[in-house]
Design a protein around this ligand. Structure first.
Ligand code: GAL
Length: 640
């Protein structure tokens, strides 16, 4: 695994660059990302291109034998450009134009902005495309960060109408698919279609879903505009984008189709504090991050391309509600964990803490005065670890379990959760945790991926079951666990004609006749001690339920290798329920407790302890790293 860092030469006097490069090398860093926010310095006013400084910076890094990942600067259109073309700015749901003064202030549908991006990206790529140091390009930066996928601009309106015409062909079809006869929402031509905003009460969910699909397509085409230019002018370089954590506002599979490397930005403590819906989890993992959070994303993005972590938290960040310091050892643990999941690069954000502007409270590898911050000590230890694991061969083997993750399905559950506390993404992650708590590795795959070599497949959030998905499931010969709400909608967001679960009834003859969402205080337990929370479905079927709740609702229906779980279970119950499915699939399980996680990679087995207590491993292993006693934040690796 290579080590890298995000570096902003434009923030520092040129006299520092050579020494920075030397110190990076000494720290084992070989990859440096630059340039992704530098537009105002690359083109201070229209057509006044100033590439020399960046050229000198890249030459300096090259002279120190560092590889360069160059970002296109399109996440930050400069002030002169916005003043010339205010239509570039995105518009929020209230109809307010977003202002200049931070970043990502553009609308993906702005035709002017697409032309401007084509102009600046062509220039940058032509200038640096064949530089020997530049091995990889990053497109833009974190599509969607700060809720910037959707925009309600006039350009978006024009593009959305055209998108609808293209998708539905006739207005009659759109009216039918969306159910617009309800509340007299019918349109007589495509030109009448508004953006889904500023309504009196709930908007038509089909309208919202269509707008989500449209917005997602806009991201993919915006990205493709850049990847096409890069491929043309910078041959034999890789292209990557840096995706985010816990983020589903566009279909990442589509955008990832155009890049080689699916990189992501990992801030485990920030994610826990910002996103966790469970206070107990927040308390338990606040200095280590949730034990499955990084792993989930590594597995998700590894399913889309070669895996990189291009930004990794080195210490406290600045943007979560609270920003604690990681437990000692976590910087090292997160790096080895990424490697265990197949990451080819671990790169920290950022080299030196910037004393001014928005991120002045965000730590780096160096303090603002240039002295080493705490992460550096752990990176030195990591270098030693990497030595012990050399030569490390990236294994291509699949896990025994595949979890099918569906972005549109996630969105469908957000549009009509049908219960305030229904958290679709969290449920997927609970399923993921349930597999890992049983000591088993897992792949995350796109709906429709061939499932041939797996032993157990979990359908987590396929609210709409497409034909390709149905076909791969029918062709698959292992165990299948289908979660609640799968097949509960048509592609255009209505209740399927034959009732849910649509697309699955050939495999499992049952129908969902009633659903209920449950407040947090209500929990109902089966005689076997499994507790349903948040969501239950009543089933009509000739199949006998595997068990029953005290009020007569059935629980868990199966036929042969197909299992339908018709409720959400709490985490501990889900671990037990999944354990039984793993065993039925002939997979060896090994409950590893709350904070210990195991990940196999080729012949190597990695163990990571997220706490809260120390963990004990099998003494008989011959450890390459660590010992059988693992402290919190401890890592052990052995060969099997
Ligand atoms: C990421 C972003 C970086 C930086 C970082 C701070 O979301 O890509 O530019 O802002 O967060 O943690």
């Amino acid at each position: 695994m290579k080590l890298g860092v995000c570096y902003y030469p434009e923030h520092w006097p040129e006299t520092l660059w050579a020494d920075d490069a030397k110190r990076m090398r000494e720290l084992g860093i070989t990859v440096v990302r630059v340039g992704e926010f530098a537009w105002s310095r690359l083109e201070p006013s229209r057509n006044d291109f100033q590439f020399d400084w960046l050229k000198r910076a890249v030459d300096t890094l090259h002279a120190a034998d560092l590889e360069v990942v160059m970002g296109t600067p399109t996440a930050t259109p400069p002030k002169w450009l916005i003043d010339e073309h205010p239509s570039i700015l995105a518009v929020d749901e209230q109809g307010n134009t977003k202002g200049f003064g931070s970043r990502r202030h553009y609308c993906f549908s702005s035709t002017v902005y697409r032309q401007e991006c084509e102009r600046i990206v062509s220039k940058v790529v032509q200038e640096f495309g064949e530089h020997p140091a530049v091995t990889t390009w990053q497109t833009d930066n974190e599509y969607g960060c700060h809720s910037t996928i959707v925009s309600y601009s006039s350009d978006a309106l024009v593009a959305f109408k055209a998108w609808c015409k293209n998708r539905y062909g006739t207005i009659e079809r759109l009216n039918t698919e969306w159910g617009n006869v309800f509340w007299s929402m019918e349109y007589t031509n495509f030109d009448q279609i508004p953006l889904p905003m500023l309504s009196v009460t709930e908007l038509n969910p089909a309208h919202r879903l269509a707008f989500w699909r449209f917005s997602s397509d806009q991201v993919a085409s915006f990205n493709r505009l850049q990847t096409d230019l890069i491929r043309k002018h910078s041959p034999n370089r890789d292209v990557m984008h840096n995706f985010m954590g816990n983020f589903t506002e566009f279909d990442h599979y589509d955008t990832a189709d155009d890049v080689d490397i699916a990189a992501w930005d990992n801030y485990p403590l920030g994610f826990l504090d910002r996103d966790s819906v469970n206070e107990e989890d927040q308390r338990k993992w606040f200095r280590t991050g949730h034990p499955d959070s990084s792993a989930f994303h590594h597995d998700l993005y590894r399913g889309m391309g070669r895996l990189w972590v291009i930004e990794q938290q080195p210490g406290p960040v600045n943007w979560a509600p609270h920003n604690p310091a990681p437990a000692a050892g976590m910087v090292r643990l997160w790096a080895l964990e990424a490697m265990a999941h197949g990451a080819e690069l671990m790169s920290w954000f950022r080299w030196r803490q910037m004393p001014a502007a928005q991120e002045q409270m965000h730590t780096g590898l160096l303090l603002p005065d240039g002295t080493e911050d705490e992460a550096v000590g752990e990176i030195k230890q990591l270098l030693d670890d990497l030595q012990k694991l050399t030569p490390f061969e990236y294994a291509s083997a699949e896990a025994e379990v595949a979890l099918v993750f569906d972005y549109a399905g996630d969105q469908m559950l957000r549009i009509q959760p049908q219960g305030q506390n229904y958290a679709g993404l969290e449920w997927v992650q609970q399923l993921y945790t349930a597999v890992r708590r049983n000591g088993v590795d897992i792949d995350i795959v796109k709906p429709g991926t061939a499932l041939t070599n797996y032993k157990l497949v979990i359908l987590a959030n396929s609210v709409y079951v497409s034909e390709p998905l149905e076909e791969t499931l029918s062709a698959f010969t292992g165990q299948v666990l289908i979660g609640p709400r799968c097949g509960s909608k048509t592609e255009e967001y209505s209740i399927p004609a034959g009732l849910p679960p649509d697309g699955l009834q050939k495999l499992l003859p049952l129908k969902v006749s009633r659903v209920e969402s449950l407040p947090a205080f209500y929990r109902i337990t089966t005689p076997e001690g499994l507790t349903a929370v948040r969501w239950r479905e009543k089933i009509i079927s000739e199949l006998e339920p595997q068990s029953c709740f005290s009020d007569g609702w059935g629980f868990h229906y199966s036929r042969g290798r197909f299992h339908y779980l018709n409720v959400c279970l709490d985490q501990e119950s889900l671990i037990k329920f999944v354990a039984a499915r793993l065993q039925q699939a002939g997979i060896v399980i090994n409950n590893c407790g709350e904070g210990l996680r195991i990940r196999r990679h080729g012949e190597l087995v990695f163990a990571f302890n997220f706490g809260p207590d120390e963990a004990q491993l099998d003494e008989s292993k011959s450890f390459l790293i660590g010992t059988a006693r693992l402290d919190v934040a401890g890592v052990a690796v052995w060969r099997e």
